[in-house]
Write a new protein. Structure first.
Length: 466
């Protein structure tokens, strides 16, 4: 971590209030950046440990409600009003330092607080990110940029039949609404029954329908600057894993180690396509962190960009932790440093080859059952756990407190420091229960999932808490 000392020095005179979806995302930033408070959607016992060790204040939407729902960017706008007085009081106490409010997801209410308190705001315009979140606009851009585009078309389920689409796309295809996060607007269709149930769900909404090429997908993080694009190493996107309570198309993690199995030509092509998209984003006025999801055609070894994420992604958190442990400037830290004015674009772009180096990390998000609310009745301590035994005799034991990959000391250890819910929290269907991280491939440690679910002791609730 000594290699990071020069970057810590950059942030010494800055106080950062950071808004994000999940509070533990700050763990890859706070060893370098001067994070004073975190405004987040979720609540967790992990936050208590961070606050105790690092003095970071947490303002959580979930803490006020006791309920965790499936992720939605719009929830960010509800955090600041609920803690307005406390946030402003904290800003007054830090007036001796340069005060910055940064948003990893679009937030109109944070912009208001920044303007009224004289803080610098680091955020892309919400109107621009809203436009970019519309998949129809991204598909149009892919065509205009001359990038590979999956065969498909926009349609309404009220105007077509399954037999017609099956003849055109093949018997297995998927449909996506123009908006959706973590797979919430994606449905995989394999039969007439699937088609009918999707039609009832989508009704007359336009959907993108395209052939199903299989489960192999790749995610990547990058920075869009006026003078160039920085691209990170890719990861294999984890989705639809039964052990994580995840249905097909539903995001549940990333495996950076598994990306080593990608054909070199495919990995290079993904980086090249990402750089082109970064230049396009910059031309629209977008700056900083963004992500892309790619689907791979196993027959042609061809990569197709299918989703643009104009924000911090779930994959950004483990990437940042791994870059910190390697003593490298994390991509997300470089983004903040450049946007605040502590580094120039050319300074960051000089690290381009470094950002592309592989990292040894995987993480998975365990989800709740998809049909009912659940109450957390168990107590799970955040920290480092040892994993031993085989599939049928797996044992998971708490070893010590820990927050980062630097706290792992052996290959049989995993880190449970992502979103661990407090006892009594009500978890909505499909919501993220917790995340765990490893320096091994997820296929080597997935058996920990069952033990973690047991420790949460989820109690199904028939009532609808919406």
């Amino acid at each position: 971590m000594r290699d990071l000392e020069p970057y810590r020095d950059l942030f010494q005179s800055v106080w950062i209030g950071w808004l994000c979806r999940a509070g533990h995302y700050c763990l890859g930033l706070s060893p370098i950046c001067a994070i004073g408070c975190v405004m987040c959607v979720d609540d967790s016992s992990v936050h208590d440990l961070i606050e105790q060790q690092e003095g970071i204040r947490f303002f959580s939407l979930e803490r006020n409600t006791g309920r965790r729902r499936e992720g939605r960017d719009s929830a960010a706008n509800e955090i600041v009003p609920g803690y307005r007085d406390q946030i402003e009081e904290l800003l007054l106490r830090t007036s001796a330092k340069r005060r910055v409010l940064a948003a990893s997801i679009p937030c109109r209410t944070l912009a208001t607080v920044a303007a009224e308190t004289g803080c610098q705001l680091i955020s892309n315009p919400p109107s621009l990110t809203d436009w970019l979140n519309n998949k129809r606009n991204f598909h149009t851009a892919l065509e205009e940029l001359g990038l590979p585009r999956m065969a498909g078309r926009w349609m309404r389920f009220t105007s077509a039949r399954y037999a017609e689409l099956a003849a055109e796309m093949g018997p297995h295809f998927f449909a996506q609404l123009s908006h959706g996060t973590s797979g919430s607007g994606t449905v995989f269709i394999q039969s007439e029954n699937d088609y009918e149930s999707t039609g009832k769900r989508f009704q007359d909404e336009p959907a993108w329908v395209t052939p199903d090429l299989g489960r192999l997908s790749v995610n990547i993080n990058a920075l869009a600057f006026e003078t160039g694009t920085c691209v990170s190493c890719p990861s294999i996107q984890l989705e639809g894993l039964p052990f994580a309570n995840s249905s097909r198309g539903m995001y549940c993690g990333n495996d950076y180690l598994a990306a080593a199995d990608l054909a070199p030509g495919v990995a290079v092509n993904i980086v090249e396509q990402t750089a082109i998209v970064g230049r396009w984003l910059a031309s629209l006025g977008y700056r900083g962190l963004f992500g892309l999801d790619f689907v791979l055609d196993p027959m042609l070894s061809k990569a197709y960009a299918v989703d643009l994420n104009p924000r911090w992604q779930g994959s950004t958190a483990p990437l940042t932790l791994a870059e910190c442990k390697a003593g490298r400037l994390p991509l997300a830290v470089a983004d903040l440093a450049c946007r605040i004015g502590l580094m120039s674009e050319s300074d960051v772009l000089r690290h381009g080859d470094e950002f592309l180096r592989p990292v040894n990390v995987s993480h998975v998000s365990l989800r709740c059952p998809d049909s009912i609310w659940s109450e957390v009745t168990g107590t799970l301590r955040p920290g480092v756990y040892t994993l031993s035994g085989g599939l049928k005799s797996c044992e998971l034991a708490f070893a010590r407190e820990g927050l980062r990959l630097t706290d792992l000391a052996a290959p049989d250890e995993i880190l449970v420091a992502g979103g661990v819910p407090r006892p009594g929290t009500l978890l909505a269907p499909k919501s993220h229960a917790l995340r765990f991280t490893s320096e091994r491939r997820m296929t080597d440690v997935y058996q920990a999932a069952g033990k973690l679910y047991e420790a949460l002791a989820l109690d199904p609730k028939e009532a609808d808490f919406n």
